[in-house]
Design a protein around this ligand. Structure first.
Ligand code: ADP
Ligand code: MG
Length: 805
């Protein structure tokens, strides 16, 4: 059934009386309206004199109506819709003695005078008896609310009629329910009626002696729960509904009762809960109201999902026909017309029963296993089982994997999916074991430092233990930490280690120039940085790989030297140190500076991330505490001010304020973290750029300083023809050969004609050589002066890679 908005249906039932005020109460011809006329003299007393006539329009007037017809008109439809899954509520409202109990329960003495409750039970059981689906369960409960206390009228445990302390109205996603209220399964109409008449009445009688002297001072809610189950393929569909049948306490005004003491207190409670009910009805009828004060009283809280919402709701206003009761009659009719404005959207409550679904699936699995067994026997695989692997089977697979890895067997036969998965699992185990072993072996030999911690790198670099990128260059057992020359052989092992920079560095082995304590102070809290900048760390890892490559490049032995050179050039790592202190000092300084800025940002980011996490944690705590406060408030009953706003205590208020502050803090922290992330990325970029530049500048410097022949070096000296970095070294070195080639070509073409010309041409060639050289130099100089010429080294920097054509 689609949710279609309906109005609450309202009826008025007039109690038959010999003194029926015919002149005062008139019924409309369609039996759907009731008019009240007050004569002038009657007005003097109680009735206000602004209006003398009232007309109320309802869904039906029940006057001189039998119980049967009353049921047909009021309840039958509600019950039949409950049988297909819609909740229903029928409520009797009116002054004491007006016939609420008669309408709801009826007179127990005579069958035909039975009321809505027994008739509803009868309809439900008749329907389930005819139902083709055997899985229908019917349960009942009977709740009494007296002086804001809940009583279980069907309770078998609390026989003295006092309140069961554990009972409470509880909200849950499926609606409200009363915790602690006994709900009884009934399989026959008779069982249900027995409970209603015997247990219900007995408990009430007992209650009358203790607290509840008059049942008309309490609200009674009889509930019928209906649950039907259907199989829809493998799902088990559940249709649930409940019918609330409510006999409200007498609605008479407090002033009229003239009560005192305990009775006054009772009357106050009744009036309070009924006026809360009235407020609730007004709120529900107003489509603009977003706060509905359900929790103001136990009654309204219990009725939360029975009034309005997705429920078929019906109200019966019970009135007395005598003139003396006209004031109460008017008040009941007013209440009924207000109820009429409430709209509801009845829906079918369908759920899917997990337990039932699981059982259905289990059946399905058994069936499929049988199918599989049949299939296997047909294709000769009858020995294969599909149960989870036993320990013995797992051990067997493990040994197979090991044999396969050692080459003892060529392949592992596929048996079934479970076995394949286990094979993979075993491979994974082997890989992770090996990783651990390798790591342990390296750890036992090398120490680790954090490449990004500038302080540590600088300190250790000074000691000659690491190179510019923070790579550890000495073996632990290498004795000479003080010297700057690092043996190349040790570098590779050390580098492998430094890539795993998130591991705690080992202390031992950082020897002579720094004591262990000194270094401890330097050691980074790397794990913090890692958690905070996780995404950046991925890049970091990749970059470390890059720098390791550069490093490896640098550590390669210098190319084979010019045979003319008397001594071999220094090794690159040594030269690099020199370069950093001399020509490369500026760029090296910028590089280090950028690195330390990057590190500072990363550290800040980590702190902010931790702070945010902490705030989040704290917020969650407060939210929980607030929820608990709310629950407590609902259970203890809520206080509202004159505007209908809920009054909360100081503790809850403080919690709300604290939560607000924390949210603000969280927001600002989050914004800062975003900014930091962007900054870190930018800094990282700068550091990478600097690193590349440092290395390329070094390469140029190295070539120009050590690999260029003496005469070219002369030209490179200050005041010489060539400036450092102006031409690629290989080009300079091969100039002569190019000329040689040209000469040979010339010889080939010219010599056959005139062999004597050899000397001449040789001399000419030498002159040409010198001229070409000079021309090249001057054109290079001109190009250098051209604006906007950018090279790999940057604007206005030496033209390191400009090729001469
Ligand atoms: P309430 O529950 O509203 O206080 P009751 O249902 O106890 O009122 O009614 C008071 C008396 O009036 C009872 O004796 C009841 O049998 C009788 N009575 C009420 N309504 C009717 C009715 N429609 N027909 C016959 N008797 C009625
Ligand atoms: Mg009653």
């Amino acid at each position: 059934m689609d949710a279609v908005a309906k109005r609450v249906r309202t009826f008025v039932r007039v109690k038959p009386t010999a003194d029926f005020a015919q002149d005062m109460i008139k019924f409309g011809p369609d039996n759907k309206s009731i008019d009240i006329y007050i004569k002038k003299d009657a007005r003097k007393g109680v009735v206000n004199n602004r209006q003398t006539d009232w007309s109320f329009r309802l869904d039906g007037v029940l006057h001189n109506t039998s119980q049967e017809l009353a049921y047909e008109t009021v309840a039958k439809k509600v019950v039949s819709e409950a049988l297909i899954g819609c909740n229903g509520t029928i409520m009797c409202y009116g002054q004491t003695g007006a016939g609420k109990t008669y309408t709801m329960t009826g007179a127990t003495a005579e069958y035909k005078h039975r009321g809505i409750i027994p008739r509803a039970l009868q309809q439900v059981f008749k329907a389930t008896a005819h139902s083709v689906d055997p899985f229908v369960t019917v349960r009942i409960s009977y709740l009494e609310i007296y002086n804001e206390t809940l009583f279980d009228l069907l309770s078998t445990t609390t026989s003295n009629g006092t309140s069961d302390v554990q009972m409470a109205v509880v909200d849950c996603p499926q609606g409200v329910y009363v915790k602690g209220l006994s709900i009884h399964s009934v399989s026959h109409e008779e069982d249900a009626l027995n409970l209603l008449f015997e247990a219900g009445e007995t408990n009430r009688v007992i209650a009358e002696h203790t607290l509840n002297k008059n049942s008309s001072r309490s609200h009674c809610i009889f509930t019928i729960y209906i649950e039907s189950r259907f199989r829809v393929f493998s799902d088990v569909k559940c249709v649930n509904s409940k019918i609330n049948l409510i006999d409200l306490a007498g609605s008479e005004r407090l002033s009229k009762t003239g009560s005192e003491g305990n009775v006054l207190k009772e009357a106050m409670y009744i009036n309070k809960s009924l006026s809360f009910l009235e407020q609730l009805v007004i709120a529900l009828a107003d489509p603009k109201r977003d706060h509905i004060p359900f929790r103001q009283s136990k009654l309204t809280h219990v009725l939360k999902d029975s009034l309005g919402g997705n429920c078929n709701t019906v109200l019966v206003a019970n009135i007395c026909g005598e003139a003396v009761h006209v004031e109460e009659t008017l008040s009941s009719l007013r209440f009924a017309t207000r109820m009429k404005w409430i709209t509801t959207e009845p829906v079918i409550n369908e759920t899917y029963d997990r337990e039932g679904t699981v059982k259905a699936l289990e059946k399905e699995i058994i069936l499929l296993k049988q199918e599989l067994a049949m299939h296997d026997s047909l294709v000769n695989r009858s020995l294969v089982t599909y149960d989870p692997l036993t320990d013995i089977q797992i051990a067997e697979i493990k040994s197979q994997v090991h044999k396969y890895l050692k080459g003892a067997i060529d392949e592992i036969d596929i048996v079934n999916v479970r076995q394949v998965q286990e094979v993979f699992k075993q491979f994974k185990l082997v890989v992770s074991q090996q990783e651990h072993e390798v790591e342990a072996r390296l750890r036992s030999k090398y120490a680790l430092i954090d490449k990004n911690d500038f302080a540590v790198v600088a300190a250790v670099q000074k000691a000659g233990v690491v190179d510019v990128d923070g790579h550890l260059v000495l073996e632990e057992d290498g004795q000479d930490f003080g010297t700057r020359t690092a043996p190349f052989s040790s570098r590779r092992g050390a580098k492998k280690k430094s890539r795993k920079s998130n591991e705690q560095p080992k202390k031992e082995g950082i020897g002579s120039s720094h004591s262990e304590r000194d270094l401890d102070g330097f050691l980074p809290s790397k794990s913090q940085v890692i958690t905070a900048t996780k995404d950046l760390d991925v890049k970091e890892g990749a970059r470390n790989q890059d720098t390791a490559n550069i490093d490896a490049e640098l550590s390669k032995p210098a190319p084979v030297e010019d045979s003319q050179r008397p001594s071999s050039p220094p090794s690159k790592p040594v030269a690099f140190e020199q370069f950093k202190e001399e020509c490369g000092s500026e760029i090296s300084r910028i590089f280090k500076e950028n690195k330390s800025i990057l590190l500072a940002r990363k550290k800040r980011s980590s702190t902010v991330a931790q702070r945010i996490n902490f705030i989040k944690h704290e917020m969650e705590g407060i939210k929980k505490a607030l929820e608990a406060q709310k629950q407590e408030r609902w259970q203890q009953g809520e206080y509202v001010d004159e505007k209908g706003q809920i009054i909360i205590d100081e503790k809850e208020f403080l919690l709300i304020m604290k939560l607000k502050d924390l949210k603000e803090e969280y927001r600002s922290g989050y914004a800062e973290l975003q900014d930091l992330k962007a900054e870190i990325q930018y800094c990282q970029h700068l550091v990478d750029q600097c690193r590349n530049k440092l290395v390329s500048e070094f390469e140029i410097w190295y070539s120009e300083s050590f690999l260029i022949p003496k005469d070219v070096q002369e030209a490179l000296k200050p005041g010489g023809n060539i400036r450092p970095g102006m031409i690629p070294i290989n080009r300079v070195m091969c100039l002569e050969e190019d000329e040689q080639e040209r000469f040979e070509r010339m010889q080939e073409t010219m010599l056959p004609a005139c062999p004597a010309s050899v000397s001449f041409y040789k001399a000419k060639m030498k002159t040409d050589q010198k001229r070409t050289y000079a021309r090249t130099m001057s054109s290079l100089e001109q190009m250098r002066k051209k604006p906007g010429l950018i090279t790999a080294a940057g604007k206005n920097k030496p033209l390191s890679f400009l090729y001469v054509t």
